[in-house]
Structures are given as structure tokens and as C-alpha cells.
Design a protein. Structure first.
Length: 412
């Protein structure tokens, strides 16, 4: 009996071993079972379906040589692209070129050097094209609140918190004092004259005035009365217009009136919103301006329109960018560059100083067509201001609101 049981156990073991061998052969060499990964195999030398792609199967159930088997491993993590050294539409390296609180940036006469004011020591400096910093003048001007440069950069109006105003000539080191009740200055294109608002205590003694750079020959142009706050002195590059007056016109519109230096009244322009602020294009033939309205969630929007005496307000078109006009600069009569926040909260147009706190990207604007293109985004999260483009088109300079330093972004 014991021998019979031992024989039965041996036979059972042999049968199980044979069956396991058959099963293993079928799985690895027979091609007749479903793939455990869920990919269907059909026939011994037919095809396998991986996703939507049909892959032929060679003899013996093997994939053809040179075709790697699908891997069940997870998809590789996509790494962020490195910042480009020259702007090409993505993240772009920026270089800090002035590491102090630099204010009132402007290009020097050579078109490549940058002038700025350092409020810490009260001096003016020049950042040269070689990257060196040198003093523009030996004089010290403490606590300057606002600076208005002449186009030739030889003169500047310096306004102080106590109302004092001076014109300083950097070429002759001469200083001229202007009346304290004057404000909102702008130079004529030749730098020899100034436009300003003379704000007397009485409304009947408030005027728009033109004077020479020494302040010695002054003449009134327009009585301002109670409308002084609606007038913006802004001398057009072609010299034909010296100021704009902005009035409410309708539920979501403003009307802009243009004033000549001899009190000429040019046609007005309707703008589709409130909060009008504008920059003359270098030719003086167009205005790049921003307004906000309920249509945009009261966020600022950029617009272009003609602005010659015979074409004021015509050919108006939306640029399609939500930013303020003061965040734009011009590289030529046909091209502007603008800093555009990545996002703006609703109502940002009403509070530009407080709401302009996001991360900016740079866009190029074709002034003929209004077409825009993304130039690049600084590799540091900056709120950009005081944009300048060198005359050779190679460099864009700006100040970062976060630290006041000057940064350079390479365009070419």
C-alpha cells in the first residue's frame, strides 16, 4: 500500500511538471495568450496594437529588430527650457547693470548711453555703452521729486517737494529758477522752450504758458480757470501741438481736445474709456494711449490713432494689450515696446500705482498695423518701468519696481 501511494505521488508530480512546462512554453513562445499589459497580440507572426499604432510581429512572437518594446515606465518629467541670452519669445536672461535706486531713466544723445538720477546721493549719472558708470555733473541735487528732460538731454526741469522748480543746463552748468506755482512741464522738440501750467491761487489766474528755457520770456496761451486738472501739457514731436484737454463725453467715453502754441484749436478725438494717458510716437503723427472701461473689467487697454491736425482721432485701432501707455517706449517711428503684466485685477485702471505690481513680459507693437508679438519675459519676476531701447535696437533697459535697479534685456 505504501508503495502504491509513493508511485501515485511520483506520477502526479511528473504530470504537474509537464503541465507547467507546457504553460510556460505557451506563454513565452506560443503567442496564444493575451499580453498582461493589455496590448492585444494577434497570431504568431501577425501584429500587436500599442495605443493607435499597429506594430508587426516577427517569427517566434518577437518584435522586429530595431523596434524597442513599449516601456511601462512613467512619462519623463518635462524640464523648463533654459533662459535665452537673446530675446526670442520666451524666458530671457536679464542683467543688472545699475545696482542702486535709479530714477528718471532716459537715453543720452548718443542713443546707447543711459542717464539716471540717484536719490541717495543726489547726483546724475551716465551708464555708458561699455557698462561703466560715470557722473554726469559734479553738482548735487538733493530730494528731486520729478525730472523732465529736453530731447537733446542738455537741460532738465527739476521739481522739488516744496514746489521749487529749476532748469539746469548740463552743458553750461547754469541754473535758472522758475516760479513755484508752475507745474507739469514739457520741453519743445528743440529744447529752447517750455510749456507749463501756471496755477495761481485764484481760478482766474491759472494759465497754460509757454516760456523760453531761461524763464525770462513768458506768454500765456489759454486760460485754464477751473479746468486745470483736465489739461495735459505735452509738446508733439512735430511741434504743432503743445497740450491736450480731456473731458468726459458720454457714459464710457472721453473727448480729447488738442491745443496749439498760438491757441489753435484742432479737431478733437473720441477715446473709448476713461483714465486717458498718451505717448506721442516719434513722428508726432500718432498717439499710443491707454483707457479703461467696463468692457475690459476697468483694466487699461492700449489703442492707436492718428494725431496730425488734419487726421486727429482717425484710424483708431485696439492694440489688444492690457497695460498703461507709460509702460511703453519707442525704438523707431514704426515700432514700440511695452511691458505687459501677466495678469491685472479688475479695476486696475483706476489705481495704476497700486495695481501695477505683477510680473511683466515685453511685447513689440507695429505702429502701422497694431500687430503685437511677444518679445520675451525676464528671467526674474519684475514689475518693469522706465523702458528704453537703444538706438541700435540691441538692448532694452528698464527699472525693476522691486528694487529700483536698472536691468538690460538683449533684443539682438
Amino acid at each position: 500500500m505504501v508503495r502504491l501511494q509513493r508511485a501515485l505521488l511520483i506520477v502526479t508530480f511528473v504530470l504537474v511538471t509537464i503541465m507547467l512546462g507546457v504553460l510556460l512554453y505557451a506563454v513565452f513562445f506560443g503567442g496564444g495568450f493575451s499580453d498582461l499589459g493589455g496590448n492585444e497580440q494577434v497570431g504568431g507572426s501577425g501584429s500587436a496594437i500599442y495605443g493607435n499604432q499597429e506594430v508587426p510581429i516577427g517569427g517566434g512572437g518577437q518584435l522586429p529588430a530595431g523596434r524597442p518594446s513599449p516601456s511601462p515606465s512613467a512619462s519623463p518629467v518635462r524640464q523648463p527650457s533654459p533662459a535665452a541670452s537673446v530675446a526670442s519669445g520666451g524666458t530671457t536672461v536679464t542683467q543688472r547693470v545699475v545696482d542702486v535706486d535709479a530714477q528718471q531713466l532716459t537715453l543720452d544723445r548718443d542713443g546707447v548711453s543711459v542717464l539716471y538720477y540717484n536719490p541717495t546721493d543726489g547726483r546724475f549719472y551716465r551708464l555708458t555703452s561699455r557698462g561703466t558708470v560715470e557722473t554726469l555733473d559734479d553738482r548735487v541735487f538733493h530730494n528731486v521729486e520729478r525730472i523732465t528732460w529736453s530731447d537733446d538731454r542738455q537741460r532738465a526741469v527739476l521739481e522739488y517737494p516744496d514746489g521749487a522748480n529749476i532748469v539746469y543746463d548740463f552743458s553750461t552748468d547754469r541754473q535758472t529758477t522758475l516760479p513755484k506755482h508752475w507745474e507739469a512741464f514739457d520741453f519743445a522738440p528743440d529744447g529752447e522752450q517750455l510749456i507749463a501750467k501756471s496755477i495761481g491761487l485764484d481760478t482766474e489766474n491759472r494759465w497754460l504758458v509757454v516760456t523760453d528755457a531761461s524763464g525770462s520770456r513768458t506768454r500765456p496761451i489759454v486760460a485754464l480757470g477751473e479746468n486745470a486738472d483736465t489739461v495735459i501739457p505735452s509738446w508733439s514731436p512735430n511741434g504743432q501741438m503743445v497740450a491736450m484737454q480731456v473731458e468726459t463725453s458720454g457714459e464710457q467715453r472721453q473727448e480729447v481736445f488738442f491745443i496749439g502754441q498760438n491757441d489753435e484749436r484742432f479737431p478733437s478725438a473720441q477715446v473709448p474709456g476713461w483714465g486717458f494717458e498718451a505717448e506721442w510716437t516719434p513722428s508726432g503723427n500718432q498717439l499710443l494711449y491707454s483707457v479703461y472701461s467696463s468692457r475690459s473689467g476697468n483694466r487699461p487697454e492700449l489703442w492707436l490713432s492718428d494725431a496730425t491736425p488734419s487726421s486727429v482721432g482717425t484710424n483708431r485701432l485696439s492694440v489688444g494689450l492690457q497695460t498703461w501707455a507709460h509702460k511703453c517706449t519707442f525704438s523707431s517711428p514704426s515700432v514700440a515696446y511695452c511691458a505687459v503684466p501677466s495678469e491685472l485685477p479688475s479695476g486696475a485702471g483706476l489705481f495704476p500705482n497700486e495695481m501695477d505690481a505683477g510680473v511683466d513680459s515685453v511685447y513689440r507693437v507695429d505702429l502701422a498695423s497694431g500687430a503685437t508679438s511677444l518679445v520675451g519675459t525676464p528671467d526674474q519676476p519684475h514689475t518693469m518701468g522706465n523702458l528704453l531701447v537703444s538706438s541700435d535696437g540691441r538692448s532694452l533697459y528698464y527699472t525693476a519696481k522691486q528694487d529700483g535697479s536698472v536691468y538690460r534685456l538683449q533684443l539682438k
